[in-house]
Design a protein around this ligand. Structure first.
Ligand code: NAD
Ligand code: USQ
Length: 406
């Protein structure tokens, strides 16, 4: 297939582009490199040394003989160029990663909220309308998030996108219907993914676009089989307080002797998936496309759930790291249960890598190897969800850290 990987320079997009290219697909990366600019804005860098996207593509060609094409294009602001690109290249499938994906970044200030909504909603909508306009029957696979559901469950498993409900009609009978699972986003970023869902529902129903939405959990790990093939193919690894996700952050914190930054009680339960499984899921989703006229196909792309506190204790047990229970800068439930259905990917043949198997290798090989590149001042998470929470932020000699809540 000819596949466009939108956001193919990012943490999930790059290994996916390599994986699909390795399988013999013709892969085109589209990216505006905004994520690299955000690193500059925040004064941070990937833990792993990343080459330019052009250099990464050159090394892939050198190692495999396969071509990865790169196109610099902003999906959110360059609609005409996007439409022209699609009309010229006519991909069979489009994998859409190209959004601002950090919840803390989306909550930093009003400017960051505006940017996240403009970027994410326009990128998705521009893509959908350009697919309709050009008449391309490409299968669109979008990376959504588990966060659209919210995280609290009432003792029932979260289904894959749709909730069967019984609605009482005027004559007193009950009709059953599948509705989109009620959305309950916990940040402006997660809210944009909820809005994406409505855009997808409309364009699948109105124009027969073939769309798969992957509600992905937190991705951990760095390497895939392809990124390991050459040092310069290495993936990015975010550790800072805005873009670093919880498990990857705990791993590097342990490597540099920084107390593990548990927010609140650490009773938050979240869904996780290893990067290698994430790229495999995209391959599986591509092979199982919906037909025109079908409703949006929704998968829960996760393999296990864990409480934040349990993760911290597991890593502390392995490495001797200390744990710091910090005031939570986010407005979120202190504790929640989370049970998630993921039967569809298991049914398609996903054989998950578990935390227990993959964790140690990550600690030793990545976190310790590149620990010298870590700026300790960028470790604390200081982006606060409300003005009240923001007023509790103070600076200490290590950088910026939250005050204890009295
Ligand atoms: P990332 O920030 O590393 O990569 C996103 C890429 O998209 C970047 O290279 C960026 O430059 C590009 N991009 C952003 N806006 C663009 C635009 N307007 N035009 C063109 N390119 C644009 O993020 P990631 O971790 O790789 O996440 C990719 C997708 O997967 C996101 O949509 C995210 O919501 C989803 N996801 C990620 C995780 C995770 O743990 N990383 C978990 C669940 C879902
Ligand atoms: N947390 C800590 N300490 C930290 C960092 C985070 O306790 O140092 C806590 C947070 O308060 C939160 C949980 O860990 O309760 C998860 O935070 P996270 O930053 O790892 O993940 P999140 O903000 O939810 O976002 C990430 C990705 C996002 C993706 C989402 C999937 O950045 O793109 O959509 O995971 S999910 O969480 O399933 O919605």
């Amino acid at each position: 297939m000819k596949i466009a990987v939108l956001g193919g320079d990012g943490f999930c997009g790059w290994p996916t582009a390599l994986h699909l290219s390795d399988q013999g697909h013709e892969v085109h990366i589209i990216d505006n490199l905004s994520r690299r600019w955000i690193d500059t804005e925040l004064g941070v860098q990937s833990l792993t040394p990343m080459d330019s996207i052009q250099e990464r593509c050159r090394i892939w060609k050198q190692e495999t003989g396969k071509t990865l094409a790169f196109h610099l294009l902003d999906l959110a602001t360059e609609y005409e160029r996007l439409r022209a690109w699609l009309a010229e290249h006519r991909p069979d499938a489009v994998v859409h990663f190209a959004e601002q994906r950090a919840a803390p970044y989306s909550m930093k200030s009003d400017r960051h909220k505006v940017y996240t909504v403009n970027n994410n909603v326009n990128a998705t909508h521009n893509l959908l309308t350009a697919l309709v306009e050009t008449g391309i029957d490409a299968h669109l696979v979008h990376l959504g998030t588990m966060g659209v559901y919210g995280y609290s469950t009432i003792g029932a498993a979260i289904p894959e996108g749709y909730l069967p409900v019984g609605i009482e009609t005027l004559d007193g009978s009950v009709k059953s219907q599948d509705i989109l699972y009620p959305t309950r986003p916990g940040s402006v970023y997660h809210m944009t993914k909820s809005l994406d869902q409505i855009l997808f529902q409309f364009y699948a129903q109105n124009d027969g676009l073939r769309i798969t939405d992957l509600h992905q959990g937190i991705v951990w790990g760095t390497h895939t089989a392809q990124t390991k093939r050459h040092e310069q193919l290495i993936n990015r690894f975010d550790y800072d307080g805005d873009y670093g996700t919880v498990l990857n952050r705990f791993l590097i914190q342990a490597a540099i002797g920084y107390p593990l930054t548990v927010h609140g009680t650490g009773g938050q339960t979240r869904a996780f998936i290893h990067l290698q499984d994430s790229v495999r899921c995209i391959e599986l989703a591509l092979s199982d496309a919906p037909a025109a006229g079908d409703k949006v196909k929704i998968f829960n792309q996760m393999t296990e759930t864990h409480r934040v506190r349990d993760l911290a204790e597991m890593i502390a047990g392995m490495t001797g790291a200390e744990i710091a229970y910090l005031p939570n800068p986010r407005k979120e439930a202190e504790a929640n249960d989370l049970i998630v259905r993921n039967d569809q990917f298991l049914g398609l043949g996903l054989n998950p890598i578990t935390l227990a198997e993959g964790l140690l290798e990550e600690v030793v090989e990545v976190a310790r190897k590149y620990a010298h590149r870590i700026d300790r001042k960028r470790v604390p998470a200081v982006s606060a969800w409300t003005k009240d929470l923001a007023s509790r932020v103070e600076t200490d000699p290590e950088g910026t850290r939250l005050k204890s809540v009295s």
